[in-house]
Design a protein around this ligand. Structure first.
Ligand SMILES: *Cc1c(COP(=O)(O)O)cnc(C)c1O
Length: 404
């Protein structure tokens, strides 16, 4: 027995999250951000589910991710959020992928490629309004706008968007949000006076989408929210549901006496006679080593804490007198519907954010999908993307309508 660790993604949950977001933002368009393989949920299935539920845009990190979506048949506008001088810009232009530019240099470089290819580049001008990551600071903004306006007049680009990103939207009441919003409005004013008429002005990530309607403009860019996560204190509101469950099965259970040292360094010692269970997941598979003696899992309907050091491929639980056996399901985190911890609880226990938890697992353990409803094309695309068919998953299967 290998303990069958897997990450199960419920696509119906993603669809209902996105449908709820579309309703929530009252007329603003929704860009589902599916960077980092859809926050570990699978970029293509997540994107397809999001589009089916009313998202009109997709956001990715790198050009290669955008082209993978195009090659899978996705025709919706896709924006690469990250700008880099050495990105494959020609491929992006040929695949109708939107690019971000925050410097005159990159603008000219991309527009020269567009001229050679004979297709205008679709660009979103990025203002740095206070995040101090990518984008043009206000000192450089008027020059960027003027250069973009000239390139657009020459037919080498279309200015599709003007955008920025918030640094502290998940710290409610943080004064920088107002300051960034005001700077963004100034940037928009400068762009308009230069004659630019962007199709979409966008600023809001998940926490701003949830808490600050004044940041929505034409388009919001939730990523975590699509998968039912948020970086706000306490996590997402309950109208967003986590879509990912990570589970495995015990590979061994054994009775041990009081005073038994457990795992490397004996950082845990049993206090009485008890039953230990062995879970075949470790830090190689994504369980943070900081989960040692800290994070909880669900087994036989009960929460138990990881006992002792998380190893490379395994960890131990102390199940007390629970009648655990090899083969028992162990749920690390999920939507929380059945008493299991959520990724938010893991994050709170470990001093990080839920995104850092869910993105850890799916590179190393198989991912499967449930909740594929109605959209035949969705099922086809998932099948052809190499992911597994809906798993035998008795608990989550009851949660929603499965394949009908
Ligand atoms: C990742 C990202 C988002 C999405 O952030 P969430 O908090 O997951 O909604 C939006 N915009 C940009 C620029 C990003 O990098």
């Amino acid at each position: 027995m290998d303990g069958h660790p897997e990450a199960i993604v419920d696509l119906d949950v993603i669809r209902s999250n996105v449908a709820a977001i579309v309703r929530h933002v009252q007329g603003a368009a929704v860009m589902a951000v599916v960077k980092s393989d859809g926050y570990g949920h699978g970029a293509l299935p997540t994107a397809t589910a999001a589009l089916a539920a009313g998202a009109q845009w997709l956001g990715v990190g790198h050009v290669a991710e955008a082209i993978a979506l195009r090659q899978a048949g996705i025709t919706a506008p896709v924006l690469c959020l990250l700008a880099a001088p050495d990105a494959p810009h020609e491929d992006a232009i040929r695949h109708n992928v939107d690019l971000s530019v925050g410097t005159v240099e990159l603008l000219r470089q991309i527009c020269a490629i567009a001229a050679r290819v004979g297709l205008p580049a679709r660009l979103h001008l990025k203002a740095d309004t206070g995040m101090s990551r990518g984008g043009a600071p206000m000192t450089a903004w008027p020059d960027l706008v003027a250069a973009a306006s000239a390139e657009q007049a020459a037919g080498r680009c279309q200015i599709i968007g003007v955008w920025s990103h918030l640094a502290c939207a998940d710290i409610p009441g943080h004064e920088s949000v107002d300051a960034q919003l005001e700077t963004f409005r100034r940037a928009l004013g400068i762009a308009e006076r230069a004659g630019l008429r962007p199709v979409v002005r966008h600023l809001a990530n998940t926490p701003a989408m949830l808490t600050r309607p004044d940041t929505w403009f034409d388009l919001v860019r939730p990523g975590g929210g699509v998968t039912g996560l948020a970086t706000l204190p306490g996590g997402p509101p309950d109208w967003l549901r986590p879509a990912m469950t990570v589970r495995a099965h015990l590979v061994q259970a054994k009775r041990v006496p009081a005073g038994t040292g457990v795992s490397y360094g004996h950082r845990y010692t049993t206090t009485g006679e008890t039953t230990l269970g062995l879970v075949p997941l470790g830090y190689n598979e994504g369980v943070p080593r900081a989960g040692t003696n800290t994070a909880q899992v669900l087994v036989r309907g009960n929460r138990v804490t990881i006992a002792g050091t998380v190893c490379m491929n395994q960890f131990v639980i102390d199940a007390g007198d629970l009648p655990i056996q090899a083969g028992d399901e162990v749920v690390l985190f999920g939507p929380g519907n059945h008493g299991e911890p959520t990724a938010q609880e893991w994050a709170d226990a470990l001093g990080t954010i839920s995104y850092d938890i869910v993105t850890r697992f799916t590179a190393k353990i198989p991912r499967s999908y449930c909740g594929v409803t109605r959209a035949d094309s969705l099922a086809v695309r998932i099948a052809t993307s190499g992911s597994q068919a809906p798993a035998d998953w008795p608990d989550l299967a009851q949660a929603g309508s499965r394949e009908d």
